[in-house]
Design a binder for this molecule. Structure first.
Ligand code: GCO
Ligand code: MG
Length: 424
């Protein structure tokens, strides 16, 4: 899918300064959908000078909705624009669209925004973190995903991460009597969007509430007090159940308890706070500062998870992070494998700069994905380090990408044992 201006990219004319308005003109925009192990949507913007930028536009299970939003409604507005007007383009796509917010819109805007920041970095010859204000830390603390069918297996998996040098690990385990509990993979790599139509799973809250504290009791007994442990409830509990779990987990000193209850009702977190001092993280499904304004202002959470691809790009997430800093809320960006290496690269530059950084989620992409998206970030001693390649440092091998056609896959759904729909 592509949009072009009749004149193709050409070399800058003699006498024009590097990065002039003419050189910065966007002459081509391509939406690339590829499936190297899983689906990814990428936007490539090309300027008249030939410098290009990449933005991730992947929304798990709804990939083609974002691809169409970009191709049919955004790309025609980009051709002929000055790639240097990052803020104005953001405002144009957000304010100017009239229909604001929502995951599809904000993911599309993010793709444009990140591609423009990438172009700015490449034209300036600077890595993205330097454009944002420079390095605040040497590397970004990351957490890996350990899971097991039972508590013993989950503990072994945590041990495996510690052997690899991880300092922080998210732990999930199977729940007796629950088939396909959240976070437990059937294969080697955890990938929830497995089938063309959503897989049906069955959820049992009382069994889960019994199991989770036992998992963390065992993890502290097996691995001691130094490792940072995290856990994701994945939106399954009511506010009072979430409060009870947060209180029951207190002795095990979690780095955070994530998505304990759905957060559309931001006030719900007041109840959890009244009952526990377990640190709380929320926000991977948010796409705007308005989704978490109350949570942050009332200091109802400790970490905000909204990351660049689903939160309107660097330009919006930067505002969100600055707002969160006023309340000592720190970032803890979503980083599951359904966010492409382009998002990971951009997020890591952000993490390297942002003063109120907390942690970064990191799951390994498949070898096929890494080959389609060559990048210069690297894991060392539990932290991810960005390189000094200008821009966000992640590229797209379009010839290789073309070998992996789109394959429709959706996320699972959850029901209670009586058949009622529940939150997955
Ligand atoms: C996490 C997440 C993911 C989501 C996935 C949905 O904390 O990593 O909850 O695994 O389920 O990103 O597409
Ligand atoms: Mg999560």
């Amino acid at each position: 899918m592509t949009g072009t201006r009749s004149s193709a990219p050409s070399s800058p004319s003699a006498g024009e300064p590097q990065g002039s308005a003419r050189e910065r003109e966007i002459v081509e925009a391509r939406v690339v959908v590829t499936s190297p192990g899983r689906n990814f949507v990428t936007l490539k913007l090309v300027t008249r000078s030939g410098v290009y930028g990449l933005g991730d536009a992947t929304l798990n299970g709804r990939e083609l909705a974002v691809a169409s939003y970009l191709q049919d409604h955004v790309v025609p507005n980009l051709i002929g624009r000055d790639a240097g007007r990052i803020e104005d383009t953001w405002q144009f796509l957000h304010r100017g669209a009239y229909w604001r917010r929502g995951p599809v819109t904000m993911t599309a805007i993010a793709a444009v925004d990140v591609a423009l920041w990438d172009i700015l970095g490449k034209m300036a010859g600077l890595p993205l973190y330097r454009l944002l204000g420079g390095r605040s830390r040497e590397g970004a603390l990351v957490y890996g995903h350990a899971n097991g069918r039972d508590i013993g297996e989950a503990s072994d998996a945590v041990g495996g991460f510690l052997e690899q040098g991880f300092l922080a690990v998210r732990a999930q385990c199977g729940v007796p009597g629950v088939k396909k509990a959240y976070g437990i993979s059937s294969g080697k790599a955890y990938e929830p969007a497995e089938s063309e139509l959503p897989a049906e799973t069955v959820w049992n809250t009382p069994r889960y509430l019994e199991t989770a504290p036992k998992l963390f009791e065992r993890l502290r007994a097996d691995h001691g007090s130094q490792v940072e442990l995290l856990h994701d409830v994945h939106h399954r509990l009511s506010p009072i159940e979430a409060a009870r779990l947060a209180r029951d987990l207190e002795p095990y000193r979690l780095f955070w308890l994530e998505d304990a209850t759905p957060a559309e009702n931001q006030q719900a977190f007041e109840l959890i706070r009244q009952h526990s001092v377990t640190a709380l993280a929320v926000g991977e499904v948010f796409n705007s500062i308005w989704d978490c304004k109350h949570l942050i202002e009332r200091q109802l959470i400790d970490y905000i998870r909204t990351t660049i691809v689903h939160g309107g790009g660097i330009s919006h997430v930067r505002r969100l992070a600055d707002f969160a800093a006023l309340y000592q809320v720190r970032t803890g960006f979503h980083g599951a494998t359904d966010l492409s290496p382009v998002t990971m690269g951009a997020a890591l530059h952000f993490d390297t700069w942002v003063p109120n950084f907390g942690i970064q989620e990191y799951m390994f992409h498949s070898e096929e994905t890494d080959a389609v998206f060559p990048h210069d970030y690297a894991l060392r001693e539990g932290r991810l380090h960005v390189g000094d390649t200008p821009g966000h440092g992640v590229d797209l091998d379009e010839a290789l990408a073309a070998k992996y056609p789109y394959a429709p896959k959706q996320l699972p759904v959850a029901r209670l044992e009586d058949g009622s729909m529940w939150d997955w």
